[in-house]
Each structure stands twice: as C-alpha cells, then as structure tokens.
Design a protein around this ligand. Sequence first.
Ligand code: IPM
Ligand code: MN
Length: 346
Amino acid sequence: SRSINLAVIPGDGIGQEVVAQGLKVLNAVLPQDVKLETKEFDFGAKRYHATGETLTDADVQALKQHDAILLGAIGDPSVPSGVLERGFLLKLRFLFDHHVNLRPSKLLPGVATPLKGQPEIDFVVVREGTEGPYTGNGGSIRTGTPHEVATEVSVNTAFGVERVVRDAFARAQARPRKKLTLVHKNNVLTYAGHLWTNIFNEVAAEFPDVTTDYLHVDAATIFLVTQPERFDVIVTDNLFGDIITDLAAAVSGGIGVAASGNINPSGEFPSMFEPVHGSAPDIAGQGKADPTAAILSVALLLRHLGYETEAVRIEGAVSADLAERDSTTTRTTDRIGDALAVRVAS
Ligand code: IPM
Ligand code: MN
C-alpha cells in the first residue's frame, strides 16, 4: 500500500496556524489506503533562542528520511536578519539541492487583483534555487570607512543553468500554451546573461513545440502588471525569481494564496513546500492568517509525490471556496481550513 512520510516544520508566527490547516486538508483528501506519517520539527526562532541552533547535521539527517517537507514560515524580528534565512531556509535549499523553485500564479475567479479589469493570469515561475547571488560568495572588510567595499558574486554554472532550463522547458511543454520566457538582464550582466541565453537557445532546439521569448527583468516587471496574460512559464535566476514572484503574487491575489515548492526533481533529497508568505508576527496567534497558501502548497507537494488527483481536488476546492468568499464576513484560519477539508472530502 502507499504511504507518505512527511516532515512538518510549522516554524514561527502564523506558520504554526497555517500548517495545521494544511495537514487538516491533507488528511481529508488522502484516500484510505494511503498511510500518512508525520514528524514535527521545532526549527525556528524559539529553538534558536533556546539552543543557538538553526539546523544541525543531525537535523539534516533526520529530515532526509522523509518523502517531503511541509514548511510554514521561519523568521522573527527577535532574531538578527539573515541568521535564520542563511542558517535554515537557504541551508536546506542548498543541502537538498532544491534547484527548481516553483511558484505558480493563477488569478482565480472572485479574487481581487490591483490590476485593471480581470486579466487572465495563469503562469508559473521556475526560479533557480541553488545558484546566482544566493550562494554567499563575496566579501567585505568591514572597515566602516568611506573606502569600504562589498562584493556579492553571482554564481552561474552551465550544469546548474541547464538543469533548471530543461525543467522549465518540460513544464512548458506539458501546459496547453507551451510558452517559455527567459527572464534575465543579459544586456548588463553579460557573463551570466550569455550563459543563460546560450543554454536556453540550445535546449530550445530540443523542444520545437515550445514557443520561446526573452525579457529583461525590468521589462518583465512592466509586463507582469500591464500584460500578465503574455506569460505561461518563466525561467529565471535565483534573485530575479525572488523579486518577480513577489510581484506575481501581488497581482494574482496576494501572498495569502501564493504557494511554492523547493523541488529536487531527481528525488534524491526531499522537496520542501511552503507558502510564499512569511511568519507575519503582527497577526500571529489570532486566527487571522489565511491558510490558503499553505493548503495550495500541500497540493504542490501531492503533485510532486505523484498524487495528481488529490492535488487537483485541493486546487478545485480552493477555487470554489475563493469564488464563494464573502468579503463582508471574515473567517478564522481554522474555519477556512475546515471549509476546505469538507470540500476536498466530498
Ligand atoms: C523567499 C524568501 C527567501 C528568499 C528569504 C527569506 C531568504 O524571500 O522564499 O522568496 O529570498 O528566497
Ligand atoms: Mn522572496
């Protein structure tokens, strides 16, 4: 019989609340014959303050034993900026080789967008997850003088670029519109830009049915607002992807509904699924957080593990729930989770 061995990291702030709803919906959607085993991990600000640890070698070994990881959010103002980002989130992305950072954007009926009209928004950003300016290459002698110099080096390898570009082409080919846009800044970042553009064009030759396009990242931000319908699949570098996916979330319903997957496509290490939003300490513990993004992240998780039917069921339930949402009444985190659990079960 089938089984899912899931590592659960609620993390900080609203992470706790939204992950509980994600698990509720996961339990409701899985058929009887699938055995779900979960193990909770206590990473985040609390553990850091208590022990000084963010993610130990033993933690990494323990996480490796799972089929996938569900993450709420990690981060708290009480922890100096960068400590948990580098010591936990980025460390896991690098160690588990999460080179495909998948961030779909779909404007669902009934969902408010700051854009005019009700534009068609249905695209997915394949953000490179293990290279670029995120590698921690660079340096500075912190003299505090006017002569201080800091460098932040973007690392781009042919191996790393090719594998993510190939993944994006395959995803584009599997979608009805079959269109892939490379987003970069090859007019200024000429070294990395050349590598990305060349590899993109080489791999394109193997996918003749996929229409290709190229946009500089600054122009892409304009089109994301003025013509979001022109995008189907976007492939881009780690930092550009970070920035444009926040914009993408903002135009397609906000971070309350934005899901993401940190994916290791080979399955060598567990992939990790998380809402794009952070820990939102200002609203934590009040039942105000929208668990939809976490629940949609569970759908991505299920799809990654081969449970396509169940993933589609969750997405359908979210879509129906959003369409019927009444803007005059606000539901608690728990109520939204309950409603979605009922919908996926029926
Ligand atoms: C994200 C976040 C992270 C990133 C931060 C918290 C390190 O913004 O997942 O998009 O920059 O990748
Ligand atoms: Mn980000």
